[in-house]
Design a protein around this ligand. Structure first.
Ligand code: ZN
Length: 240
C-alpha cells in the first residue's frame, strides 16, 4: 500500500496536477494532504475542489485558516496578507467553511499528520532544527508523522537522540521514530523550484521525498494575470 503525502499547495494547480500524475504513475492508491491548500497562488478554488473531490484525509494549515476566517492576518507577512485577502474573495462561504472545519492533527492508518508542529499545532511554529523536532516528538505516538509548513523537505529521526537524516529517502527501522517534512507542492523554499511531496510505502516500510517538474510558466502567468504581487510569481522560479 503506497501513500502520496502532499501539502503547501498554495493555489498552484499546475504543481498539484503534476504531483498527482506522478503519484499515480508510482502506483499510489492513497492520498493524504497536509494543508495550506490555498494562499499565494492563482487557483485556490481549483486546488480546494481537487483535494476535496479526492476525499482523502486533510489537516488545516495556517493559510487555510486565514482564508476561512475574517481575522488572524496580523501574524502573516504583507505578501501573504495580500494574497489571502484576494483568496478570500475567490472562495465561497461554503468553501471557507470546509477549510475552517478541517482538523489540526489526524491519524491515518499507522501514521500521524499535522501541518506545523505536534506540540502546539494551532500556534503555527516552524520545525527547522532538531530542537524544534524534539518538542514535536514528545507528542508523536506513532512511529511516523508527516508535516509541512516550512516548505523545505527534511527527515528527522529519533532513536536515543534526535538527528536530521542525511538522506531524503529512508527505510523505517524498528525503534526509530520519524518526523518527515514533505516539502511544498506549490511554493518550495529550499532553493529547488520543483514541486515536492513524499511517498510512504507501508508494505516496504520506506519513505522517500520526490521532486517533480511542472508547468511553472503557466502558474507564474496566472499570478500576474490575477493581479497578485509579481514577487509571488518570481519566487516560484527561485524556490524561495
Ligand atoms: Zn505553507
Amino acid at each position: 500500500m503506497k501513500f502520496a503525502i502532499f501539502g503547501d499547495i498554495h493555489g498552484n494547480l499546475e504543481g498539484l496536477q503534476a504531483v498527482l500524475r506522478h503519484a499515480q504513475d508510482q502506483g499510489c492508491g492513497n492520498y493524504v494532504c497536509l494543508g495550506d491548500i490555498v494562499g499565494y497562488g492563482a487557483n485556490p478554488v481549483e486546488c480546494l475542489e481537487t483535494v476535496r473531490a479526492m476525499g482523502c484525509p486533510v489537516v488545516r494549515g495556517n493559510h487555510d485558516e486565514g482564508a476561512a476566517n475574517e481575522s488572524m492576518l496580523e501574524d502573516l507577512n504583507p505578501l501573504a496578507q495580500c494574497a489571502l485577502l484576494w483568496t478570500r474573495e475567490q472562495l465561497t462561504r461554503e468553501q471557507r467553511q470546509w477549510l475552517a472545519d478541517l482538523k489540526l492533527v489526524r491519524q491515518v492508518r499507522d501514521f500521524t499528520i499535522v501541518h506545523a508542529t505536534l506540540d502546539s499545532p494551532g500556534a503555527w511554529a516552524y520545525v527547522t532544527n532538531r530542537f524544534d523536532a524534539m518538542a514535536s516528538f514528545s507528542y508523536q505516538f506513532t512511529q511516523l508523522c508527516f508535516y509541512g509548513h516550512t516548505h523545505a523537505p527534511r527527515i528527522f529521526e529519533k532513536e536515543d537522540a534526535v538527528r536530521g537524516a542525511r538522506s531524503l529517502e529512508t527505510p523505517l527501522q524498528k525503534g526509530v521514530k520519524y518526523f518527515v517534512n514533505v516539502g511544498s507542492v506549490g511554493q518550495p523554499r529550499d532553493g529547488d523550484w520543483r514541486a515536492s511531496y513524499a511517498i510512504y510505502d507501508a508494505d516496504k516500510q520506506h519513505v522517500a521525498i520526490h521532486r517533480i517538474d511542472y508547468d511553472i510558466e503557466t502558474a507564474q502567468r496566472k499570478i500576474i494575470d490575477a493581479g497578485l504581487p509579481p514577487l509571488l510569481a518570481e519566487r516560484l522560479a527561485l524556490g524561495r
